[in-house]
Design a protein around this ligand. Structure first.
Ligand code: UTP
Length: 289
């Protein structure tokens, strides 16, 4: 019997250099995909997977995230007075119950491993999810729910993976598998940004993790890794010496919204999926082409 996954860590404290200058004043995960910030979709995915507490790892100048997930009495009262009930419901849709969100300052963007370590006191002694909020995953069964289903079967630690584009494995954390049979396979190793030709597979860790709390002690004493940052992958590689790790190839499509073209693709794809916008979006795209 596995312990239930109730909490998720959402590290958003990176500088977002690939989407500057927009990310200078708007945290990159608050950039819109169609009419909602990226984080709105991410929180929706996590809720659908049963997550009850959200731990945001934030940096300076990211107060907009906290404000977005708080009530806005002046906007809500105006919409109510004008009878704009649909917009009001939409504005309220993302609001958590009081006490369901924690905001922890990373204080310096020292890497993803350091960001996750900052959540240690809020997570405590239970398994937890990590969601990279740049990676928007469109799937019939939400990606995190697929990861939690897999965790329910095999326990231990589970990372969601997918095939890297041809010749791009050196940009990602890559997993080594014991064998490849179906979508859920036991891992034997992982390496952050391996030089081309040395990659143990073509599968990269794409942004959803179920981890055991023993990771925190390992992150605490981690040496700097690739790019001079404290890498989550290095901490997981150490944990793998003591605990099981499985890689899950999830079913769905990932959009890397931390990248200009990825963000554009997400906007186009999500507009085309919206019944109220699809026809107009298609017409606009065809005209531009
Ligand atoms: P990225 O590798 O996308 O880095 O981080 P970044 O700084 O956000 O973006 P670029 O590469 O400069 O454009 C992956 C995730 O980890 C978070 C980021 O916010 C992002 O969600 N992160 C990264 C932190 O919270 N803290 C860090 O120190 C590093």
């Amino acid at each position: 019997m596995t312990k239930r996954v109730r909490k998720a860590v959402l590290p958003v404290a990176g500088l977002g250099t690939r989407v500057l200058p927009g990310a200078k004043t708007t945290p990159k995960n608050m950039l819109n995909v169609v009419d909602r910030p990226i984080l709105s979709y991410i929180v929706e995915e996590a809720r659908a997977a049963g997550i009850e507490h959200f731990v945001f790892i934030v940096g300076r100048g990211q107060g907009a995230i906290e404000d977005y997930f708080d009530s806005a009495p002046e906007i809500e009262q105006t919409l109510e007075a004008k009878g704009k009930t649909e917009i009001l419901a939409d504005v309220r849709r993302d609001l958590p119950h009081p006490g369901q969100m924690s905001f922890v300052r990373q204080m310096a963007p020292l890497g993803l491993g350091h960001a996750v370590w900052c959540a240690r006191d809020v997570i405590g002694e239970e398994p937890f999810a990590v969601i990279l909020p740049d990676m928007l995953m469109a799937a019939e069964r939400p990606a995190l729910a697929q990861a939690i289903d897999a965790y329910g079967k095999v326990g231990g630690n589970v990372v969601v993976v997918e095939p890297a584009p041809e010749g791009e494995t050196h940009k990602y954390g890559i997993v080594a598998l014991e064998g490849r049979d179906g979508r859920l396979n036991r891992m034997t190793g992982m390496v952050e940004k391996p030089p081309l030709g040395t990659e143990p597979s073509n599968l990269f860790i794409s942004g959803r993790y179920i981890l055991q709390p023993e990771i925190f002690a390992l992150l605490e004493s981690l040496p700097r890794g690739a790019g001079g940052e404290f890498q989550l992958t290095d901490g997981m590689a150490q944990l793998m010496a003591r605990q099981d790790f499985h890689a899950l190839e999830y079913e769905g499509t990932t959009y890397d919204c931390g990248d200009k073209i990825g963000l554009l693709r997400a906007n186009v794809a999500f507009a085309l999926r919206r019944p109220d916008l699809a026809a107009a979006a298609r017409k606009a795209i065809e005209e531009l082409l």
